[in-house]
Design a binder for this molecule. Structure first.
Ligand code: ADP
Length: 601
């Protein structure tokens, strides 16, 4: 009982959530409904016509010259039937086309709304468990798919069938109350069987989808890790893992089919019993003189109209269930007002780049505290290096400075104004961010650089490309700037990121290990580019490269989320603490002694 109530509640919620998306098409919906209604009436014309025809023919047979009048009757009936069929074609086309149009438009609105909402959410939304790339995508896709199917079902399947059934039932009652009652009595039995079928298949269908996903995922995994699989000779194990999934799926599919066939046969048997009962009753009524002989055929045909939608019930029930399950997850993504990124009123203009971080604590949405009581300054126009072992909180600090996340407590100011006060877009327009691996969009090199400043001229793009040491390399490509950027090497992609930075020309620059995955020449080029862009800007650099650290005006050392040392390279080295430990280890890893010997020769 409780379950049923929750079911009704979620159904209501689903309907309310979906309503705003369907509303814009209310004219089209009203038209479709009208066509549906006309179609439902038209569907009863044939049975009624058959009734008339048989009764008239039977009458004609008793007349001396049945042919003369018969021909006229034949002509009239044929004309009505053809006219009705033509009308039906028109109605069906209109109804299907508009139903489909509603479905497609609602589907595209739902998808676009999801995209718009997601773009408006803060970074912490994406860091939440359950919102990572794969999961979020699946939730949205599944939600849209099941809602589209629901809309389609409603307009293209349920409504026409049910309105046809109801009108057929009314016609049956109108012709004879007992026949109508007989048809009505069979419906609950039929209904019950359909519902049992839906119930039995419910779990299995979901399981089947799970198997399918695991199968696809398994395959993707194999392709992704083929080098490791081959190098460890694990082909057999991987094959066996897939085989298990395959077997489970096979089992499930066979069971689903078996159940379906049993229920389909049962339903078809019940329907046949219904037909038989209708025949018995109508024949009795005909023999009793209460009806013309044509009524037998008419009622059989009408009964088929009545029973048709019920045979679809299990499918409809199933799809509504699906929609209830997946729509919840989908609308949760859509209605997450708390996740919307809200900026302050201050438009960042003429940014100097003086940051103050005061007593900042920060915890990620998964509960991991990454910064403890951090207080530091980033001087305007200076280069500050953040040093620390992996996991010390360096990137987290840059995330907070970019206002991607909000501190738990404490405050970060830029030019004396709390970051929270700034309008987000205007703030980020003044910040350039280069990461270890920068995202390169599918598309040409030119377009990828242009992303830094959408309205840049071709000359500006070229200039930025030259400054980023990219231009000469692009010229060696057959397609030049039109070449697909996603095929470039890591070093070349990094140069694109630097070129974007030159184009954007921000007063504040955050560099998060910009040369970590590059070869020596690329590292040198990028260091030269960065040295050129650093002039007069506030730069924060995270790097493991000693050359980039020692160049910094100030160095902050983080350890396990806490600021432990601050100073210049020389002073920190003398301090003989955390910085020196890291510096010495880096120097040893470079085998500096031997290198110096080589260079001295
Ligand atoms: P660093 O840049 O110094 O290597 P990070 O700032 O990336 O370190 O990470 C600091 C700590 O926060 C690490 O323990 C890391 O696991 C955790 N962390 C980083 N990003 C996230 C995230 N999106 N969600 C949860 N924890 C995170």
């Amino acid at each position: 009982m409780i379950q049923k109530e929750t079911y009704n509640q979620s159904f209501k919620a689903l309907f309310q959530n979906l309503l705003p998306f369907v509303k814009p098409y209310k004219g089209m919906i009203a038209g479709t409904l009208l066509l549906t209604l006309i179609g439902s009436f038209a569907a009863q014309v044939n049975p009624i016509l058959v009734n008339e025809t048989v009764n008239r023919v039977e009458e004609l047979l008793r007349q001396p010259d049945p042919f003369q009048n018969g021909m006229r009757l034949l002509l009239i009936i044929s004309a009505i039937m053809i006219a009705n069929e033509l009308l039906n074609i028109g109605i069906q086309f209109g109804q299907k086309y508009f139903g489909e149009k509603i479905r497609i438009q609602v589907g595209s609105d739902l998808s676009q709304k999801a995209v718009d909402r997601i773009l408006s959410y803060k970074m912490s939304f994406f860091a939440e468990p359950g919102n990572q790339t794969g999961y979020l995508e699946t939730r949205i896709n599944r939600g849209v798919e099941s809602l589209i199917r629901l809309v389609q079902n409603f307009f293209l399947d349920i409504l026409p069938l049910f309105s046809t059934a109801i009108i057929a039932l009314v016609v049956m009652f109108n012709a004879n109350v007992y026949v109508g009652l007989m048809a009505l009595v069979i419906i609950p039995v039929y209904f019950y069987v359909s519902q049992r079928q839906a119930h039995r298949l419910k779990g299995w269908r979901r399981e089947l989808r799970g198997h399918r996903e695991r199968k696809n995922h398994g395959l993707i995994n194999i392709i992704d890790s083929i080098t490791v699989i081959k190098s460890f000779v694990r082909e057999k194990i991987e094959g066996e893992k897939q085989f298990e999934v395959q077997m489970e799926m096979l089992d499930n599919q066979l069971q689903t089919r078996r159940t379906s066939y049993v229920f389909e046969s049962l339903k078809s048997f019940i329907q046949q019993i219904g037909v038989v009962l209708i025949i018995i009753l109508t024949v009795y009524l005909v023999l009793d003189g209460q009806m013309g002989i044509g009524a037998i055929m008419m009622h059989i045909m009408l009964f088929r109209n009545v029973s048709a939608p019920i045979s679809q019930l299990h499918r409809i029930y199933d799809q509504i269930n699906d929609a209830l399950i997946y729509a919840d997850g989908f609308f949760e993504v859509l209605d997450n007002d708390g996740a919307v990124e809200i900026g302050g009123p201050v438009m960042a203009e003429d940014v100097q780049g003086q940051f103050e971080v005061r007593d900042v604590n920060f915890t990620y949405p998964n509960g991991k505290q990454a910064l403890y009581d951090v207080t530091l300054s980033l001087e305007k126009g200076k280069t500050t290096a953040i040093v620390g072992l992996s996991g010390a909180g360096k990137s987290t600090l840059i995330n907070l400075l970019s206002k991607f996340y909000k501190p738990d407590d404490g405050v970060i100011t830029l030019d004396g104004i709390d970051l929270e006060e700034y309008e987000n877009g205007s703030l980020r327009d003044h910040i350039g961010l280069v990461l270890q691996k920068n995202h390169i969009f599918k598309g040409s090199i030119y377009d990828n650089i242009l992303y830094g400043k959408i309205d840049a001229t071709r000359e500006e793009v070229m200039e930025a490309s030259v400054k980023a040491y990219l231009h000469d390399q692009v010229l060696t490509l057959p397609e030049g700037y039109d070449a697909d950027a996603s095929n470039l090497s890591g070093g070349q992609q990094q140069r694109i990121a630097i070129a974007r930075l030159f184009l954007k020309n921000p007063p504040v620059i955050f560099l998060d290990e910009p040369t970590a995955s590059l070869d020596a020449i690329a590292t040198e080029h990028i260091k030269m580019s960065l040295d050129a862009i650093k002039e007069g800007r506030t730069v924060v650099i995270i790097s493991h490269s000693l050359s980039q650290i020692v160049d910094a005006d100030v160095i902050h050392v983080l350890k396990e989320g806490r600021l432990v040392e601050t100073g210049s390279h020389e002073s920190l080295y003398k301090l003989d603490g955390e910085y020196r430990k890291i510096f010495d280890a880096s120097a040893r890893s470079l085998n500096l002694g031997k290198m110096l010997d080589t260079l001295a020769v």
